[in-house]
Ligand binder design. Structure first.
Ligand code: PMP
Length: 359
């Protein structure tokens, strides 16, 4: 039986993608082996790599002037690579912190350059994104960094404010391609693949070529964007199998009608859970304020920890996996990324209704 997979990442992959991987596992297109076993210098893999890059650019709606890189080290390595490459000596980054991941990005930038908190919603317990008036930008910042979706707190930006002329950088690890992307607003976006894009092991960085050209030169080779851009992400041995599966996930997104269709589907799933919370007469409490609710990670609490424990146990018995909140905040979290089917969300919503009726 297939599990109802609410894992936060690694997370559910689309069933048609897994079926395709299975079909090609012992014999990729007549080559007599899997993509895992091929040289990354082969014509076959170069095609896989180029196809994934082209699909990412098409879905993001960008053309020349942008590069898509497939890197390793997770989004966590980007917390360091971004300041190392893009903050000139003596300058600083402005950080907007709306949850645990933004905090980590800020902490890392502090180690490497000046890093200034331009806004933080920590005081209220990370329940919302800041209003524009609460963001104090400094005109000489090298860039502004924000996290479009805070995976642990379930807080998402739905309308990114104008940052003036300062380049905007976004960690989109847990909501990339959950809806159409207005790339013109950004200078660099990045995402670990293991939530909306594919298996873990590959991190996508999409950035403007102009940033690569003006980046700091005194950066170790593997941590320089220019190294990977010059070599089409094939400077060293890439996470070949992860890039192959990522390409299949992007194909699934395109074949399914693209990001507008995906957004409608994700909103349908999220509103099913949020309406279950709102109609529970206070039995369930959503963590995020309504205007900042994530359509990817739905975070909520029950009346007390004993009930949360009992609810999570019933969920497991009903085949639902991954619903415990992150260990740092507790409670419950349903991660409902692109590949999570409506049927899983319906099953969860009805368990929530039934459990709350019992009291
Ligand atoms: N940013 C966000 C928003 C995340 O959710 C995560 C992982 N959960 C990370 C960064 C860190 O990603 P990685 O584990 O790929 O380093």
């Amino acid at each position: 039986m297939t599990a109802h997979n609410f894992n936060a990442g690694p997370a559910a992959l689309p069933a048609p993608v897994l079926e395709r991987v299975r079909a090609e596992l012992l014999d990729y297109r007549g080559r007599g082996m899997s993509v895992m076993e091929m040289s990354h210098r082969s014509k076959e893999f170069e095609e896989v790599n180029a196809d994934a890059e082209a699909r990412f650019k098409r879905l993001a709606g960008v053309g020349d002037g942008w590069r898509v890189l497939f890197l390793q080290g997770g989004a966590s390595t980007q917390f360091a690579m971004i300041p190392m490459n893009l903050v000139p000596r003596g300058r600083h980054a402005d950080m907007i912190v709306t949850g645990a991941w933004g905090e980590k990005a800020h902490d890392e930038a502090v180690l490497l350059c000046g890093s200034r908190v331009a806004a933080s919603t920590k005081e209220g317990g990370y329940r919302r994104v800041p209003r524009r008036a609460e963001i104090t930008l400094s005109p000489d910042a090298a860039y502004v960094h924000l996290t479009t979706n805070e995976t642990i707190h379930g807080v998402q930006w739905h309308d990114v404010p104008d940052m003036g002329g300062v380049p905007l950088i976004a960690d989109m690890s847990s909501d990339v391609f959950c809806r159409p992307l207005d790339a013109a607003r950004f200078s660099l976006i990045y995402a670990g693949a293991q939530k909306n894009l594919g298996p873990s092991g590959v991190t996508v960085v999409m950035l403007r070529e102009s940033l690569i050209a003006s980046a700091n030169k005194d950066v170790p080779t593997m941590l320089r964007y220019s190294t990977h851009a010059k070599n089409n992400s094939l400077y060293n041995t890439p996470p070949a199998f992860a890039v192959y599966v990522l390409g299949l996930v992007l194909k699934w997104l395109e074949d399914g009608g693209g990001l507008g269709v995906m957004q409608a589907f994700n909103e349908e799933k999220a509103s099913l859970l949020y309406s279950t919370i709102d109609e529970s007469a206070g039995y369930f409490t959503g963590h995020a304020e309504k205007g900042s609710r994530s359509i990817m990670n739905v975070t909520f609490r029950l009346p007390d920890e004993a009930k949360e424990k009992a609810f999570l146990a019933e969920a497991v018995a009903a085949g639902m996996v991954g619903l415990a909140g992150h260990r740092s905040v507790g409670g419950c979290r349903a991660s409902i990324y692109n590949a999570v089917p409506l049927a899983s969300v319906q099953a969860l919503a009805s368990l929530m209704r039934e459990f709350s009726r019992r009291g």
